[in-house]
Design a protein around this ligand. Structure first.
Ligand code: DOR
Ligand code: ZN
Length: 480
């Protein structure tokens, strides 16, 4: 074999089912060999990774990089720099920007912007709502998937009725793409928030009271029924409660193509932290009672919850520290702290580093049709790699985050585990905890390598199909 570009020597290479001491050879951005030192080709450069773990870079399927629209919170450059520092090599960016990512023109402009600024690879979500259904076939050509907001959150995106959601699912089902859902039922939250406000409640726990778990249980159940009926593939974002797991588990057992995600904040924070963090912890869905944590961990372990993502939702310190909870923006950054937080839990013996790469890399790659190009370190895969020191002890300091949003409820948390180097398609985007100077614009959209199985058949019977074909869903008025 001709000389390769880089050999990562003597690290512990992690996959979902093994940790092996091995070298990794990379040429033209692709892993070309994993094996013993003696089997390695000559290389232009070598990196000694002895004592370190070599992980597939994390794929964070849920980030808000705020570009375009909110440059004081984040942009694609600062967001992907944060990803590089967090060992995250691919991000899927949400559509609640200004303007929302809901037309082909807006999507094309976002692709151009992201390709100019990104340090890591990315996918872009298209907004799925009443006004964007007509654009689905066109958007589907370059999005990684769609996002539908069943409940309101930051950005005040309208929440489609059940009827519109059914049509939206039917339309996306034909494309084979997956719909990621903000699964919180809206009307209940509106009622509860009004009740809290009328009672004069402006404290952080009133936010939790305004979004009880039943809004998530209802939304997951309803989404599963609509997905089953239409054949749409769906993904439940940010699962926050134990009780949501039952409709998710049951839908999986029925054969619905439904997947689930949770985030570090639902696993390591609880309602007991509201007094300490006040508005900083405000997030949708809310961080809930401690009793939810163990069932969420158990659901990751048994595969009911497939994926760890972050809902990286940066806001400015001023926007997070207002006294009236209803005026505090929801969410906080997470893309940079996810891997350390999870490695810390692994170090405590809660799960193995193999489990971790299954949740953070292999599963998301499989679910979104990127596997085995991404999500694994083996010959033929893109060399997206996080090289981590699982023994490094350190403390999260908001002021040192790459994200423009320097405020999180993780500030001051002791960590064991830190990404030291991050490579995207063979190139160092972060090396020795320093951002590469020249990788702005290196990141590219992964929709071009996405391979999805054929669309699934819809449940509607033949007679009904014929009637529906004769009465196409127009772009005009829809029933509510
Ligand atoms: O807390 C949240 N913030 N939850 C979401 O669903 C959206 C996010 C944001 O964009 O700020
Ligand atoms: Zn989100």
């Amino acid at each position: 074999m001709n000389a390769v570009d880089l050999v990562i020597r003597s690290g512990k290479v992690v996959s979902p089912d093994s940790v092996i001491e091995a070298c990794v050879a990379i040429k033209d951005g692709i892993v070309v060999a994993v094996g013993a030192e003696a089997a390695m080709p000559s290389a232009r450069e070598t990196l000694d990774a002895s004592g370190l773990h070599v992980l597939p870079g994390a794929i964070d399927v849920h980030v808000h990089f705020r570009d375009p629209g909110y440059p004081h919170k984040e942009d694609f450059e600062s967001g992907t720099a944060a990803a590089a520092f967090g060992g995250v090599t691919t991000v899927f960016d949400m559509p609640n920007t200004i303007p929302p990512t809901g037309t082909p023109e807006i999507l094309a402009a976002k692709h151009k912007m992201a390709a100019e600024k990104a340090h890591v690879d990315f996918g872009l979500y298209g907004l799925l709502g009443e006004d964007t259904i007509e654009h689905v076939p066109e958007l589907a050509k370059t999005v990684i998937g769609f996002k539908l907001y069943m409940g309101n959150t930051f950005g005040a995106i309208p929440t489609p009725s059940t009827g519109v959601t059914l049509e939206a699912f039917e339309t996306v089902a034909l494309t084979g793409k997956r719909v990621s859902l903000h699964a919180e039922e809206n009307s209940t939250m509106v009622n509860r928030e009004t009740r809290m406000r009328n009672a004069g409640r402006v404290d952080p726990l009133a936010h939790l009271a305004s979004r009880p778990a039943v809004v998530a249980i209802e939304a997951v159940s309803r989404a599963a029924i609509l997905a089953e009926w239409t054949g749409a593939r769906i993904h439940i974002l940010h699962i926050s409660s134990a009780e949501e797991l039952r409709p998710l588990r049951e839908a999986k057992a029925r054969g619905v193509d439904i997947t689930g995600e949770t985030c570090p904040h639902y696993l390591v924070l609880s309602s007991e932290d509201y007094a300490r963090f006040a508005g900083v912890i405000r997030v949708n869905p809310p961080v809930r009672e401690k009793r939810n944590q163990e069932p969420l961990w158990a659901a990751l372990a048994d595969g009911c919850v497939d994926v760890i993502a972050t809902d990286h939702a940066p806001h400015s310190p001023e926007e997070k520290t207002r006294n009236d909870i209803w005026t505090v923006d929801c969410g906080f950054p997470g893309v940079e702290t996810q891997m350390p937080i999870m490695l810390t839990e692994a170090a405590a013996g809660r799960f193995s580093v193999c489990d971790y790469v299954r949740w953070s890399a292999a599963s998301p790659a499989k679910i979104w049709g990127l596997y085995p190009r991404k999500g694994v370190i083996q010959p033929g895969a893109e060399a997206d790699i996080a090289i981590v020191d699982i023994n490094r002890e350190w403390t999260i300091d908001d002021a040192k985050l790459q994200s423009r949003s320097k405020i999180t409820p993780f500030h001051g948390r002791r960590m064991k585990g830190l990404p030291i180097h991050t490579l995207v398609r063979g190139r160092f985007v972060m090396r020795d905890r320093v951002l590469a100077r020249d990788t702005r614009g290196w990141g590219r959209s992964v929709h071009t390598i996405q391979r999805l199985p054929p669309p699934r058949p819809q449940n509607t019977d033949q007679t009904m199909q014929a009637i529906l074909r004769a009465a196409p869903a127009g772009a005009g008025e829809r029933g509510r």
